[in-house]
Design a protein around this ligand. Structure first.
Ligand SMILES: [Zn+2]
Length: 237
């Protein structure tokens, strides 16, 4: 038991060490005009270790985020503050979750809601439309949205965008946004690239599809120097 707790705390400490390195180091990025966005995928799904976080580890993150010197803000607020060059609280954190797995609804949502922590889920629409097991339903996604969770776009088919023709990417985005509009009433302003990768052409496609900002999966802070169509996220599995 003690070993397990030590392991959990070590993992949480590594994440938080990375955060404080960016947000708190003298001479580093100024805390008042930057933020760090974390990205998760699955919760308590130990069969998928490369994209999963264990529940005790996730609970340690929540404990750290709610008891430490951080301000967790909704990602749309962070993006707006950076776009408009408004200051952010010291050590601002944003929480995002990619793909739309059922464990987001079953495990992350209740814990984050109870902790009062806002978060954004980037949903790929095909697995939901095709009712793949292990993914959320539209009703579950709407329930989270109605409880203040931000829903973002993440393509229809979770394709590796730079490896595909622009025409295929364009059709995929058109379908994704049509489905999101039908199910949620709007095209989400925020987008996350599957696998975190894009090219200049892909970034332009995403911009032209109606999004205002997009996230990759390269570590770093968000600040006024960030490309709004390739914002960094810190992957914490
Ligand atoms: Zn993804």
């Amino acid at each position: 038991m003690a070993r397990r707790i030590a392991r959990v705390l070590k993992a949480a400490a590594l994440v938080m060490l990375a955060l404080t390195t960016w947000l708190g180091s003298p001479g580093g990025v100024q805390a008042a005009d930057s933020a760090v966005v974390l990205i998760y995928h699955r919760f308590g799904e130990t069969r998928f270790p490369s994209t999963n976080i264990r529940l005790e580890q996730f609970e340690a993150h929540i404990k750290e985020l709610t008891s430490g010197p951080y301000t967790v803000l909704p990602v749309p607020e962070i993006v707006a503050a950076i776009r408009e060059k408004r200051p952010l609280p010291d050590r601002t954190i944003g929480l995002t979750i990619d793909d739309g797995y059922l464990s987001v609804y079953a495990e992350a949502f209740p814990r984050l809601r109870d902790a009062g922590l806002p978060f954004t889920v980037f949903v790929s629409t095909d697995p939901v439309d095709r009712k793949f097991s292990g993914f959320m339903t539209w009703d579950q996604i709407r329930e989270m949205r109605d409880n203040g969770v931000t829903i973002g776009a993440h393509t229809s088919t979770h394709l590796h965008m730079p490896a595909n023709l622009l025409s295929r990417n364009r059709a995929d985005l058109a379908n994704s946004n049509a489905r999101l509009k039908e199910e949620l009433g709007e095209v989400p302003p925020l987008f996350a690239y599957p696998f975190g990768e894009a090219s200049t052409e892909i970034q332009n496609l995403v911009r032209n599809a109606g999004h205002i900002a997009a996230f990759g999966q390269h570590s770093g802070p968000l600040d006024a120097s960030s490309d709004p169509f390739l914002h960094a996220t810190f992957r914490v599995e």
